[in-house]
Design a protein around this ligand. Sequence first.
Ligand SMILES: [Zn+2]
Length: 170
Amino acid sequence: MKNLWTPWRMEYILGDEEKYGGCIFEAASGKACDRDMLVLYRDSVAVVMLNRFPYANGHLLLAPSRHVADLEDLDQHEASELMEMLRTCTAILKKHLLPDGFNIGLNLGETAGAGLAEHLHFHIVPRWDGDHNFMATTAGIRTIPEHITRTFDRLLEDFQKITRTAAAYK
Ligand SMILES: [Zn+2]
């Protein structure tokens, strides 16, 4: 059996998030990557970060760089770039974490469970055969085998290799 190791629950209890304030997808620094904020990638269209409160190791959040709430608020360019980044995210997670599958989804609106309903974001959650994610919903316990900053450093290497099309920088 894996050990139960959930350092993020402690951060949550301590209210560590409050010091960041505002919208997590538009951190004040605006940096292309930011280890403190767990931002792996940012350009003018898309931002990718590790979820500080993950359902599984490698749980990514992918959002448009623009603060928009609904899919229909995206223009065609943003929609296609986000889908392309979704492909890139799953490819990088496959390479580093060898998941057996993924849950990928959007929670649109607070009623649907969105933690930050005003800024659209995809959840990309790697899954492994026999993983214990069900515990997150049944017992409030998450089984995370690797510390989040270590995962960040592993994934960053590949996010820094991304060369987007010129159109992404319009
Ligand atoms: Zn926002």
